[in-house]
Design a protein around this ligand. Structure first.
Ligand code: SAM
Length: 280
């Protein structure tokens, strides 16, 4: 089927997501990727990189809250946070809710940051916060070469492509384990991108002592089912009471995340648990 005029279409092999577009705000090629920003009827502003939905205003909170709050609440006192990718600023915005001393965001593509700030504003000013440092360089090189340590390290990267492919490689994860106490990465959808999900499980095996997969719902990501990996050399099995206490103490306001969602997100459908167990 041909894409329809006034509709953005992302093909998932033999299926597709279609979103009615009010107006195209921007389209161009950056040094690293093809970028489009649309205004849409239902989802608000839509950011697309290399033909793939990165976020919409309507559901980006679902994704960013689960990516960020699960590792941040897992840590008893996250003072120093590293975010790899995440150029739209949504992850920084959520991490700031924990009142850390410092957040470093390493985004390879300056244009993503500039255009998201200008046309979407997802960061809600977070990238201007004095505790936030934005570095424009390859996150892989940064993690491999730094001597700094971080309480929490979050990978908010694109689907594996020539630029972000190394974000799912074993030597990158080894470097992440070396510099962080608690680690989390988005790990694609296990439903139709199983090859990426499996690759992440395979390449983190033996790197972290503890790993736990959790799931969330993001309507504009393939078929809505999204996965994340929490990993650490520390114990990361918290109970609901402890998480609730941290949630209340830190006064974090959310639209999707709750301590109950946090705990339940680790309950996996059998077919997902079977995949995860194959890489234990
Ligand atoms: N989670 C969103 C998704 O999967 O749809 C990702 C959103 S965020 C916009 C992803 C960012 O990762 C992009 O801005 C991209 O430029 C950045 N990125 C990709 N590879 C990177 C790398 N090697 N180092 C730093 N940033 C990278």
């Amino acid at each position: 089927m041909e894409p329809r005029e006034n509709w953005f279409t992302e093909f998932y092999g033999d299926a597709a997501l279609m979103i009615k577009v009010r107006k195209k705000i921007f389209e161009g090629q950056t040094e690293f990727q093809h970028m489009q920003i649309f205004d849409t009827e239902f989802f608000g502003k839509l950011l697309v990189l290399d033909g793939k939905v990165q976020l919409t205003e309507r559901d980006e909170g679902f994704y960013h809250e689960m990516l960020v709050h699960v590792p941040m609440f897992t840590h008893p006192n996250p003072r120093k946070v590293l975010i790899i990718g995440g150029g739209d600023g949504g992850s920084v915005r959520e991490a700031l809710k924990h009142n850390p001393d410092e957040i470093v965001m390493v985004e390879i593509d300056r244009k993503v940051v500039e255009f998201c700030r200008e046309y979407i504003g997802v960061d809600k000013g977070a990238l201007n916060d004095s505790r936030v440092t934005v570095l424009y360089e390859d996150g892989i090189e940064f993690v491999k070469s730094t001597n700094e340590r971080f309480d929490v390290l979050i990978v908010d990267g694109t689907d594996p492509n020539p630029v972000s492919k190394s974000l799912v490689m074993g030597d990158f994860y080894e470097a992440c384990a070396r510099i962080s106490d608690v680690f989390a990465t988005q790990s694609q959808t296990p439903f139709i991108q199983q090859e990426y999900f499996r690759l992440i499980l395979e390449n983190t095996r033996g790197v972290f002592l503890n790993r736990r997969v959790y799931l969330g719902y993001v309507p504009t990501y393939p078929f809505g089912l999204w996965s994340y990996l929490l990993a650490s050399n520390r114990d990361i099995s918290l109970d609901g009471e402890e998480i609730t206490q941290r949630y209340v103490e830190r006064g974090v306001e959310t639209v999707y995340y709750t301590p109950t969602i946090h705990v339940s997100s680790f309950v996996l459908p059998k077919w997902v648990a079977d995949i995860v167990n194959a890489y234990s």
